[in-house]
Design a protein around this ligand. Structure first.
Ligand code: HEM
Length: 492
């Protein structure tokens, strides 16, 4: 096309012909530059010959549609209702303005791929002051790229397979005892409350060997206050969520600092994550974490791991209750493991690896529950994502929920069908733990926790649901049943 255009000009315009003859080298350079720019932009938009302006309503400056978003968050339908309503109005892609920032919800696997594979270079997590203040400046959630890489590498110890093997045994022991107690009492209990406490206690034991009940509850109360302040208005007004969160953070840091001091002075020693970090005291600075990095990330791991895993545990109970075939098949697999064991056995990592249907139940639970509904990023430059024009500074939210419910990717997406995972999934179609450099650090821990839970629950008990209300908890960014999912256990 370019050659034809040049030939046409050549025929009709002598002046241009002379100009071109005299600047032949410049012409070639210009041609190459245009071609290179074209190729780079084509590669950047990846197959996107189109570059589409995304529809949507931005509303008033700053306020935009914030009030509608807050109203959805404050309803029993949950904050994703805001997204659903806009999608029915504008189609799969839409933009909106929330808290002064333009947001685009990215509903496709191609869009997810583009953002995940360019994380840190072309996109980054948006800086939220309240979040950084709460988890601390050295948390994985706050630090810049270079520190992130180093801290992530050094934090990976407790998530290695040998550490997970120890974790499985401890978690199984704690869980079996507590479920047996509940079944003996025969009372109704809320799965959500139970799983929040279970995951918190198990993590505190693994990370820093805290097992004393009153201390656990004190730390949990503070961690909950920190977690609740992460998305609040960052002003220190006594009584506000932010104020309470910052004060709670100070108390948690003081505790962690005391623990580090006692271990360094030899008063205490344990086999846990904290000890493994302190064992690196004499290592070069690139191979160890500073105290502030250890403490901010201890808090981050607890907060990132507790609510997510507990919510997934709750949804697994709900989905299995509604789908008796899946429940029966899961139970059969678990009982086959139990039959091979002696009384009072504890699960090993090998047992977990043999639960092939159990793993599918976990995956299907994560696909349908979308514990983290979307993953927010900010565009660092103008670009296109799956052919859609994105401006520098816009927030692009990888909409895992939309992808997980896409009927093209998942047949009958509203149906709980663990067997669908017998087939290979298309890339980026199953992303409950994200992908790329920020993939969930606790992914394997979360999976084994859920598998142990399913083994003990389905392999040991039947249950009745004591409240069938489907309303979601208000003001929660993690979808959870308002009822807390009360059940009563009956031993098999
Ligand atoms: C079912 C349970 C869980 C789910 C669904 C989940 C999901 C996720 C997702 C989607 C991300 C990435 C978010 C993004 O890209 O913006 C993430 C990050 C993270 N998760 Fe999890 N998570 C779970 C459990 C855990 C557990 C048990 C831990 C640790 C004990 C943990 C620790 C983390 C950390 C530290 C990050 C930040 C990683 C980084 O920025 O490098 N998560 N999680």
């Amino acid at each position: 096309m370019v050659v034809a255009a040049v030939a046409e000009l050549w025929k009709h315009n002598e002046e241009i012909v002379t100009l071109l003859k005299n600047n032949y080298d410049l012409l070639i350079a210009a041609f190459l530059a245009v071609a290179a720019t074209f190729l780079v932009s084509k590669a950047w938009s990846k197959g996107g010959a189109r570059s589409i302006d995304v529809p949507g309503r931005l509303g008033l400056p700053f306020i935009g549609e914030t009030l509608a978003f807050l109203s959805a968050t404050n309803s029993f339908k949950g904050c994703y209702e805001f997204v659903n309503l806009r999608r029915s109005r504008y189609g799969k892609w839409f933009k909106t303005r929330l808290f002064g920032k333009i947001h685009v919800f990215v509903p496709t696997t191609e869009g997810a791929r583009k953002i995940f594979t360019n994380d840190f270079s072309y996109f980054n997590k948006g800086y939220v002051k309240s979040m950084a203040d709460c988890v601390g400046p050295k948390s994985l959630l706050s630090v810049p790229h270079e520190s992130h890489k180093r801290i992530r590498r050094l934090l990976s110890d407790p998530f290695s397979m040998p550490s997970l093997a120890t974790f499985v045994v401890k978690f199984d022991q704690l869980l079996s005892q507590r479920l047996a107690r509940l079944a003996r009492n025969g009372d109704s209990f809320k799965v959500l409350e139970f799983s929040m406490q279970m995951t918190f206690d198990a993590m505190c034991s693994m990370l820093m060997s805290v097992t004393e009940e009153s201390l656990l509850r004190e730390i949990e109360k503070d961690c909950t206050a920190v977690s609740e302040a992460m998305l609040s208005l960052p002003v220190m007004i006594p009584g506000s969520r932010y104020y309470k969160g910052i004060k709670a953070r100070e108390r948690v840091m003081e505790r962690f600092s005391g623990m580090i001091e006692r271990r360094r002075s030899g008063v205490e020693s344990h086999e846990d994550f904290l000890q493994s970090m302190l064992a690196k005291d004499s290592y070069p600075s690139t191979e160890k974490l500073e105290d502030a990095e250890i403490m901010d990330n201890l808090l981050t791991l607890i907060i990132a791991g507790q609510t997510t895993t507990a919510a997934a545990m709750m949804w697994s109970v709900k989905f299995l209750n509604d789908n008796r075939d899946a429940q029966d098949r899961l139970r059969e697999e678990q009982l086959a493991i139990t039959r091979k064991k002696a009384d009072g056995y504890l699960l090993s990592l090998e047992d977990i690896n043999s639960m092939s249907y159990g793993l599918k139940v976990v995956k299907e639970t994560l696909r349908m529950s979308n514990v983290l509904l979307w993953f927010p990023r900010v565009a660092l430059n103008d670009c296109t994502v799956d052919g859609i024009e994105i401006k520098k500074g816009w927030h692009v939210n990888i909409d895992a929920t939309c992808i997980h419910y896409d009927p093209v990717l998942y047949k009958d997406p509203l149906q709980f069908n663990p067997s669908r995972f017998e087939e290979m999934q298309k890339s980026y179609s199953f992303i409950p733990f994200g992908s790329g450099p920020r993939t969930c650090l606790g992914m394997n821990m979360a999976k084994v926790t859920l598998m142990v839970f399913l083994h003990r629950l389905a392999g040991g008990y039947k249950w009745t649901m004591d409240d069938l209300d489907l309303s979601l908890e208000k003001k929660s960014h993690i979808p959870r049943l308002r009822s807390g999912c009360p059940i009563t256990l009956k031993a098999l």
